[in-house]
Design a protein around this ligand. Sequence first.
Ligand SMILES: [Zn+2]
Length: 203
Amino acid sequence: MKIDAGRIEVICGSMFSGKSEELIRRLRRAVIAKQKVQAFKPEIDDRYSPDDIVSHDDRRVECRKVRAAAEIPALVDEDTRVVGIDEAQFFSEDLVDVCERLAGEGRRVIVAGLDQDYRGKPFEPIPQLLALAESITKTMAVCMVCGEPANRTQRLIDSDERIVVGAGEAYEPRCRRCFRPPGSGLDERLTEPREAQRRSAGM
Ligand SMILES: [Zn+2]
């Protein structure tokens, strides 16, 4: 029996850029191809909380919640060909070793997560995974200020925590030009440019 070479694929971008949708699309295709698929996400994330993230006919893939990435290898079945990992930015850096190990066993590992935090800084462990991955997809959202493609996540509430979960309305996607890093002294809600745009558009 031929043993697959194994690979790591990373899907990353800002919030609201369709990372999970792209992960699900790839997992669904693997399911259709009759490959055994398993998916995992960190327990911290219970915003939408679907246990089954992939379904096609009667074939379903449960997205199992784990507290730490280190739990994943023992949960992966021998015959699983594809492993999906969502919200990877909430795992610690040991996710990198876990992905390397699973890919080294000949599996296709598909990882989705935020590549930047609310300050626009690289969000570990995604940068390390980008360096090791065979394939990288950057998903783009739409800038809520100007409508250009957006790869940054603007936090609209005041917090110094790197992770604020369950507050989708506290964030919006922004492009490089409209993004305002917290503490930059610039208005994070960007009301003036928006007003200026309305004026220039004659609204
Ligand atoms: Zn913009």
